[in-house]
Design a protein around this ligand. Structure first.
Ligand code: CP
Ligand code: NVA
Length: 305
């Protein structure tokens, strides 16, 4: 049996493969917008396992599979045996005999890795505590679509050094751009947890305004990620000066775009005038989850077409 390719973290694919995926995304998006039927995954099935809530990830994978002629099955921990202690390895053996790909949103990265080690089919990380590779793939595609190549550009990450931040940092190493990170004290990037080879592609700033200065893309995310709700009160106090506001966008490059993976909390990590303002590309960013993941599914299930 051939070992399947997985997408568990951003660096699981090469730079050349991302170039290919972005080219396929453009074609697939264009075809979809022109109402052209494209069913390369007819009779193929994606199983989606959710241990955390989701709107965009579920919708984009489920709609994406249907649009490619296939089917998607939704499982969650509340009403499957996964929530009742069935070993991840056993679940992987069974689920992967009945499907063509599996997408998992869960807690520790080790869970998706254990699943993948026992899976006969490609496994996609739909968000873990550590990474959110599908979102960063969509974000980078959106940047390229709006502004051109991302190589050599500067991304300002303002806020928590969470799954999104870690994945931006991995992407920067792979695709050769820079990330300026500003987190409150005590919430700094941990390069090992982020899975980085070095520190060449990021710089940490105590002052968020300095991180945003001259940036080509300014981005942030919730102060409290799923699974960390117990820390919410402490985080609200610690992060209060790490809001992306108009002043921050003012010091960024005049052509800078604002991104947020959503869901957003206006008045916390982002001011309403920024997310609803002219530099914000958050709706295109959300839509591009659909198109980039269709290219990813096509690639992981069929290989290059
Ligand atoms: N951005 C994102 O992954 O959204 P959902 O949590 O709604 O899937
Ligand atoms: N960092 C957030 C992203 C949600 C899409 C979380 O993990 O909850």
């Amino acid at each position: 049996m051939k070992t399947p390719r997985h997408f568990l973290q951003f660096k699981d694919l090469s730079r050349a493969e991302f170039d290919y995926l972005f080219t396929r995304t453009r074609a697939i998006k264009q075809q979809f917008k022109a109402y052209q039927k494209y069913w390369p995954l007819e009779d193929r099935t994606l199983v989606m396992i959710f241990e955390k809530a989701s709107t965009r990830t579920r919708l984009s994978f489920e709609a994406g599979m249907h649009q490619l002629g296939g089917a998607a099955i939704y499982l969650n921990t509340r009403d499957s045996q996964l929530g009742r202690g069935e070993p991840v390895e056993d679940a992987a053996e069974v689920i992967s005999r009945m499907s063509d790909a599996v997408m998992i949103r869960t807690f520790e990265q080790s869970i998706v890795e254990r699943f993948a080690a026992h899976s006969r089919v490609p496994v996609i990380n739909g968000l873990t505590n550590e990474y959110h590779p599908c979102q960063i793939m969509a974000d980078i595609f959106t940047y390229i679509e709006q502004r051109g190549p991302i190589q050599g550009k500067t991304v300002a990450w303002i806020g928590d050094s969470n799954n999104m931040c870690n994945t931006w940092l991995q992407a920067a190493e792979l695709l050769d751009f820079n990330v300026h990170v500003s987190t409150p004290p005590g919430y700094e990037v941990e390069p090992e947890r982020a899975g980085l080879y070095g520190t060449d592609h990021f710089e940490q700033f105590a002052d968020p305004l300095e991180a945003a200065r001259g940036a080509d893309l300014v981005t942030t995310d919730v102060w409290t990620s799923m699974g960390f709700e117990a820390e919410n009160e402490t985080r609200i106090k610690a992060f209060k000066d790490w809001q992306v506001d108009a002043e921050m966008m003012q010091v960024a490059d005049p052509q800078a775009v604002f991104m947020h993976c959503l869901p957003a909390h206006r008045g916390e990590e982002v001011a309403a005038e920024v997310i609803d303002g002219p530099q914000s590309v958050v709706w295109d960013e959300a839509e591009n989850r659909l198109h980039t993941q269709k290219a990813l599914l096509e690639f992981l299930i069929l290989g290059k077409v």
